[in-house]
Design a protein around this ligand. Sequence first.
Ligand code: NAD
Length: 285
Amino acid sequence: MKNVVVIGSGVMGRGIAYVSAAGGFLTTLIDINENQLKHAEKEVNAIFEKGVLRKKLTLESMEEAKSRLHYSISLSQNVKEADLVIEAVPEVMEIKKNIFEVIDQHAKAQCVFATNTSTMSPTEIGSFTKRPDKVIAMHFFNPVHKMPLVEIIKGLETSEETALFIKRAAEQMGKETVVINEFPGFVTSRISALVGNEAFYMLQEGVGTPEEIDKAIKLGLNYPMGPFELGDLVGLDTRLNNLNYLHAKLGEKYRPAPLLEQYVKAGRLGRKSGRGVYDYRSKED
Ligand code: NAD
């Protein structure tokens, strides 16, 4: 397998495109929004350059990897040659459905489709295609170039062959893997959404400032990041979408905190919008 197409050049897609090109795959990153694609290219180049400075890769291997990575707004055209498509568009089923219907029409019969969904059902996503045995969730973590895990989630119809194919691809991208069976929220999102939401309830109740709550969790529970630092990194809109989905599937304990909903309504989405729980506008490098 040689050709990887990554759909969605946001927080996750750009990182996935980076590890894919660095891992030796011919990679095309696609977005409907040209501006977003330009931002993604800038950020991916910055990750490459930092990698060279930190001696994680040589100048020559950076140039080779960059030459394997292309950016495009044309989905149907690029998907034709793909061996693996990784979808990283927003966590909204209707958007994902449209994408999978389109790629199913244009991709080769043997092409495998992966979704980077944090919570949604790969079985349901597979049902939008005529190849449910070749559809799987390939859940990367943020920031993709630093986080070691890919959580691989098999849907009801996903074949063992597809799971093995994805495991090998993830390993070639430098990642460790776990392979699990589908249940809403998988392993990681189920825990992470609960902790992040509870922190918002605490903030709403006036238990402490974001700084105090984050510090308590980091130093008292030995988490590498506080729940608000992580929420701002993940994107509060993405976190809210995850919670809405888990609330519908798993019940009351996942009801999104009203304060989180208010932040999203105000456009305070986290690092990507310059302001979330914390303010990044003067601190961005
Ligand atoms: P994001 O909002 O940062 O980026 C989504 C991108 O998809 C945007 O650039 C948007 O322009 C693009 N897009 C929208 N519709 C499109 C279409 N029809 N065709 C092509 N591009 C389209 O979202 P994100 O945070 O990168 O999340 C993407 C997926 O990854 C979601 O399913 C999310 O749950 C999952 N995820 C997110 C994180 C995280 O920390 N943010 C971690 C793991 C998994």
